[in-house]
Design a protein. Structure first.
Length: 224
């Protein structure tokens, strides 16, 4: 549904030409969620508590493009018809030991959550089907569908936050916050550089980042 989500992969996975032949089964999700708190003991050790307006709907893990492991967790704000208007997509990702890929980000803007620094970039994205059926966005949309949910019609605002685990740049924590543009009565095209609302973009992007950060809280830096 979202061409917008596949664009993250051009930043997330560098120099990927397809499956490298890695055939091992992905590990089962190792992070846990209890009382709105997502706990990770490694890569990184972190505990994030999400606002109660977001419901946790589960997790999945898989091998992404044959070169990286990915573990996804989802918190959604949906109506009685299970239409998702806002969402947190949390992804723990790391390259497999049989390659030498590294993550490279160009974002100049950064945001902090406790001691964790994140690359931060925002965009207004036009909805559409993923360009690759094996992408992490395609996996996300399939998971949501299997849980009985669907995304709101129309375009979305997206805030991506990425924390690189260490200087090796082979493991990352990515948090994507999405919200429907429908309440603003705007489209992605309206907010494009030549769009009718282009002058509003900077202010909208700043407030989007604020909302993304506000909806989650660092409980402590290491699980007990």
């Amino acid at each position: 549904m979202y061409a917008m989500l596949t664009t993250y992969l051009s930043f997330t996975l560098i120099t990927i030409l397809g499956n490298t032949g890695y055939q091992n089964e992905p590990p089962k999700p190792s992070r846990t969620v209890k009382d709105q708190v997502l706990s990770s003991t490694d890569k990184p050790a972190i505990r994030l508590q999400f606002d109660k307006s977001f419901k946790y709907i589960g997790s999945q893990s898989f091998i992404l493009y044959g070169v990286a492991t990915a573990e996804q967790h989802f918190f959604v704000d949906a109506d009685e018809n299970k239409q998702i208007n806002r969402l947190y997509w949390i992804q723990f990702e790391g390259y497999l030991p049989d390659n030498k890929h590294t993550y490279r980000y160009q974002s100049k803007k950064k945001a902090s959550l406790g001691k964790f620094e994140f690359f931060a970039d925002a965009a207004a994205r036009k909805s559409g089907p993923p360009s690759r059926p094996d992408s992490d966005s395609a996996k996300f949309l399939q998971f949501v569908k299997e849980k009985g949910y669907h995304m709101a019609e129309g375009d979305f605002l997206s805030q991506r936050l990425v924390h690189l685990i260490d200087d090796k740049k082979r493991d990352e924590l990515m948090i994507i916050y999405l919200e429907s543009l429908n309440p603003m009565q705007l489209t992605a095209a309206d907010l494009a550089p030549t769009g009718k609302a282009a002058s509003q973009w900077e202010g909208i992007a700043d407030k989007l980042l604020q909302r993304a950060i506000k909806g989650m809280e660092l409980v402590d830096e290491k699980p007990k």
